[in-house]
Ligand binder design. Structure first.
Ligand SMILES: O=C(O)CCC(=O)C(=O)O
Length: 222
């Protein structure tokens, strides 16, 4: 995908939207974070796996074969990582830098894991969940970078069972980035609902910090 001489991971413009998610802060959404990366290239170049009929997925980490178990009951699955490839590494660096720009008082997140999702059409989706596994650092944000078909992301406080108001939804445009703040996974759930009309493919890169990444970071700084 792309070529090696240009870096498509810009910082975009500053039309940010903030969605309050008390008590943990705000979700930040920015359009035009990435330009020059085509969804078709991500579909053909990433090493997709089918773990569920509802979408395709693949897990990238710093080393090949790292096991990660996710989900509950019948939805519990183990993924084995592929080694991070340059476009994903570039996304991690750019997403860390942008978060650090907006949060100068916090340590920059060390994104080292990337879960990728491929939604072929409007029937593909991702149900309510939170990324609150023991392996993920709860004090770091999770970033979602989107390509292709715009899809909605919905969120709600854990335990909430009513209808979802429009203020708890955002449409994720091609090239956008969204940050779920630190501790959000402990207080809230999120989902990608089915689309209500014909839809073309979408890829998301979800960048996370493993607990190990932050142990390494604090050791280096001592
Ligand atoms: O596809 C998305 O934007 C959301 C992905 C997500 O929530 C996840 O991978 O846990």
């Amino acid at each position: 995908m792309g070529n090696n001489t240009t870096n498509p991971w810009g910082t975009g413009d500053r039309g940010d939207r903030l969605f309050p998610v008390p008590p943990v802060g705000s979700i930040l959404y920015r359009e035009r974070f990435v330009t020059g990366v085509r969804v078709e290239d991500l579909i053909s170049s990433l090493r997709w796996e089918q773990h569920t009929p509802t979408r395709m997925e693949v897990f990238y980490a710093e080393t090949e074969g790292k096991a990660y178990t996710y989900g509950e009951n019948r939805g519990r699955r183990t993924y084995y990582s592929k080694q991070v490839v340059p476009p994903i590494d570039a996304a991690m660096v750019a997403a860390s830098a942008l978060f650090a720009e907006g949060h100068p008082h916090l340590m920059p997140p060390q994104f080292d894991w990337c879960f990728c999702n491929l939604y072929h059409d409007e029937t593909n989706h991702l149900g309510w969940h939170s990324d609150d596994s023991e392996d993920i650092d709860p004090d770091s944000p999770i970033a979602i970078i989107s390509f292709g078909q715009p899809r909605e992301l919905w969120w709600r406080p854990k335990g909430f069972t009513g209808g979802i108001p429009d203020e708890w939804k955002v449409e994720l445009a091609n090239g956008s980035i969204l940050y779920m703040p630190p501790r959000f996974q402990q207080t809230h759930e999120h989902r990608i609902p089915k689309g209500g009309r014909r839809m073309t493919p979408r890829v998301s890169l979800t960048l996370r910090c493993s607990r190990k990444s932050n142990k390494n970071r604090s050791k280096k700084e001592k």
